[in-house]
Ligand binder design. Structure first.
Ligand code: IMP
Length: 295
């Protein structure tokens, strides 16, 4: 695809990252006439069909910004139903900042380490809302104890809980993992739940189920306390790596066999703040294998 400017190409990449559908210069609007003939046209750079939004990018040059402003003003006057936004270079950088990439710089993380975005912020929001709805329906007339496994569920728990319409309490569980040759010594509870779950409906909230070993360990521990029921909701499921079968009542997304970060998920405490789920480039952890990626 040929773009007139570098900034347009960058913007297109940004939209692709977010899985926002776009078309480049799809229509030209007549904005001035001379004796009944079209004298001037205006072609906005992008059209985002899902948002019914035209976007015009401005270059750095102030000399070009002023005539563009005039064109956009005319377009708005002549076509009041057409939504058009003028995006200045600083707005664009702000957008990137909000998208999380700006924060990469702040934390001295390299944008190059983060690969493809698997799940966009909009996809996360939509799916988490749907999960909340299903859970609310399934537990209608009952209350639940949401038990989150720290710390990857931080964002997921907050967003999910806001979408659950039955009464609930929130509690947390934290595990410590050891690199031990004895399987029974590899994991232990570092922080136990406070809430007495006996006789209550428990919903265990996980960020990602990989081998299933973590979940299996927690489920057997919690079941000993005789909850009325216990089910699992996980944001991500990587079934290809499963070693032990685990009952997943609710799963947000199935993901391929790649290490992912963002939306609360970390690599050595980093990348949690990214507002999307992205693949972490293997070169980041190839030298030092991630402590938590495999048990
Ligand atoms: P499992 O015991 O192999 O199922 O691993 C589950 C735990 O490993 C999760 O709770 C995460 O903390 C961590 N984990 C596994 N895969 C990833 C990943 O791709 N990104 C971040 N954390 C992960």
């Amino acid at each position: 695809m040929e773009f007139a400017h570098q900034s347009e190409q960058e913007f297109a990449r940004f939209l692709d990252y977010y899985r926002i559908r776009w078309t480049y210069e799809p229509v030209s609007f007549p904005i001035a006439w001379d004796s009944g003939r079209i004298a001037e046209m205006f072609t906005p750079d992008f059209y985002l069909s899902e948002h019914d939004q035209y976007v015009e990018l401005t270059t750095m040059k102030q000399s070009l910004v002023t005539p563009k402003n005039r064109k956009v003003r005319l377009l708005r006057e002549l076509y009041p139903d057409v939504n058009v936004r003028l995006l200045y270079r600083k707005d664009y950088h702000q957008l990137l900042g909000q998208a999380g990439y700006g924060a990469l710089g702040v934390q001295h993380l390299s944008k190059e380490d983060v690969g493809e975005i698997l799940i966009s912020p909009v996809e996360l929001e939509t799916r988490v809302r749907a999960l909340g709805k299903r859970i609310s329906r399934d537990y209608r007339g009952r209350s639940i104890v949401l038990v989150g496994v720290l710390k990857g569920i931080t964002f997921f728990m907050a967003d999910l809980a806001r979408n659950i319409k039955v009464p609930f309490v929130i509690d947390y569980l934290d595990l410590k993992r050891f690199a031990s040759s004895q399987p029974s010594e590899r994991v232990r509870v570092a922080r136990d739940i406070d809430y007495p779950i006996e006789g209550h409906h428990v919903l265990l909230v996980e960020d990602i189920v990989n081998t299933g070993l973590t979940l299996d360990y927690m489920l057997s521990g919690l079941k000993q306390r005789s909850p009325a029921s216990i089910e699992v909701v996980t944001l991500l499921d990587r079934p290809m790596r499963r070693l032990v079968p685990v009952p997943l009542r609710y799963a947000g997304f199935q993901i391929p066999n790649e290490y992912v970060v963002g939306y609360g998920l970390d690599y050595r405490e980093l990348y949690r703040h990214l507002p999307f789920i992205a693949v972490l480039k293997p070169r980041v952890y190839e030298l030092v294998p991630p402590a938590k990626a495999s048990l």
